[in-house]
Write a protein that binds this ligand. Structure first.
Ligand code: PLP
Length: 383
């Protein structure tokens, strides 16, 4: 063979019996088969064997199966991010003429998709009060195909009565999808509480180090698997095995990170609750959080992200100055990593409340909680 040909037709000499504790990173688009009769193009690779890298590699499918195990799911789809996971669920469960319900505390881009892409496709997505509970029955129509829950909600942290919503939905044959990112798939058991589809931004706690973007869509049964699978394939939601490898690493330390983050976040939240400048702390484990009783009933712990509001006499400009005065907390969106973050939502309003630019969302990281409290205290000194 010419050396050029030989480069592409190597004689492998490296031993393959390397038993690493780490899942190898398999990169690949094409899957080579033994003969023409074996060529197939089936996305159900977990069951039917590998056909094409788009539907997953051994690295991707390993991550998928570990998330499925963690959540007690029938199957998990890994997608490029949490928002892609949300899009996949909408597009699988809604078609032209469908009606869907989403809490007004849902992740912003979820609501944007409802108002944008979906509206253009003649899919009506109606917002509901996250604390509606069984009252959701009245909003279900004959053409309702999907109800979203997100508990606690983004930024305003309302904890939902998910079992009540599930019961009302299932009575009318409607599927329930939960954005379970806050719970990291563990602090709230979605499937035991009746949810059909559980979504996570793996970007947050599973990744855990602010260095990757991935999402997961986990299904409770064959029914949901059949609804989502073909749409997952049609959308071509490929993910990088390198990112999946980082997520697999993140999973190994998830328990210790969650434990420490919970402790520190509670310490900071409890300090804020006693602070003279602070009006309310929206931390699910504190009674001041809307829906706290559902958290107590349904969750096994709390996580690192929560919000607080300044009292009325603190202006939006002062809230901004407070943020700029922080030294240890970094200013930034997202959460679930090891670094403490703070951000003000100047325009955030809910149908039932105007926050007047006085709401601050915090993500607590792995810094010493005493230092974090000191940082908040110093920054408040300038108010
Ligand atoms: C961050 C987030 C998402 C989106 O995740 P990305 O990976 O950034 O696309 C979805 N839902 C919730 C609740 C989130 O916090």
């Amino acid at each position: 063979m010419d050396w050029r040909t030989k480069l592409l037709n190597p004689t492998p000499r490296a031993r393959l019996d390397f038993k690493s504790l780490a899942t190898p990173v398999y990169r690949g688009s094409t899957v080579v088969v033994d003969n023409q009769a074996s060529v197939k193009d089936d996305w159900q690779q977990a069951e039917k064997g590998y056909s094409y890298g788009l539907y997953g590699t051994p690295t991707t499918l390993e991550l998928a199966s570990r998330i499925a195990d963690l959540e007690g799911a029938r199957h998990t789809f890994i997608v490029p991010g949490g928002q892609a996971a949300i899009a996949l669920v909408y597009l699988a469960y809604c078609k032209a003429g469908s009606h869907a319900l989403v809490p007004f505390s849902a992740y912003g881009p979820n609501q944007e998709m409802a108002e944008g892409l979906l509206r253009g496709m003649d899919i009506e997505v109606e917002a509901y009060d996250p604390l509606i509970g069984t009252g959701i029955s009245k909003m279900i129509r004959d053409n309702t195909t999907l109800i979203w829950c997100e508990s606690p909600g983004s930024v305003t942290m309302e904890v939902q009565d998910v079992p009540a919503i599930v019961e009302a939905a299932h009575t009318r044959g409607v599927s329930v999808a939960l954005d379970n990112t806050y719970a990291a798939g563990v602090l709230f058991d979605a499937f035991t509480h009746g949810v059909d589809v559980s979504v996570q931004a793996l970007t947050k706690y599973v990744g855990g180090h602010s260095d990757l973007l991935l999402g997961s869509v986990s299904v409770r049964d064959d029914n949901a698997y059949e609804v989502l699978g073909p749409i997952y394939r049609q959308l071509g939601l490929a993910v990088s095995p390198d990112d999946c490898s980082l997520a697999l690493r993140g999973l190994q330390t998830l328990p210790v990170r969650l434990d420490q983050l919970e402790k520190s976040a509670l310490e900071v939240a409890e300090w804020l609750a006693m602070n003279d400048y602070v009006d309310a702390v929206f931390h699910p484990a504190l009674p001041s959080c809307p829906g706290h009783s559902y958290w107590k009933r349904d969750f096994t712990g709390s996580a690192s992200v929560f919000s607080f509001t300044f009292k009325e006499h603190i202006s939006a400009e002062s809230a901004e100055a407070f943020l700029d005065a922080l030294k240890i907390f970094k200013i930034g969106l997202s959460w679930g990593g090891v670094t403490s973050l703070a951000v003000v939502y100047p325009d955030l309003n809910r149908p039932n409340k105007d926050f007047g630019g006085r709401l601050v969302r915090l993500n607590i990281g792995l810094e010493n909680a005493v230092d974090l409290i000191g940082d908040l205290k110093n920054a408040m000194g300038d108010l």
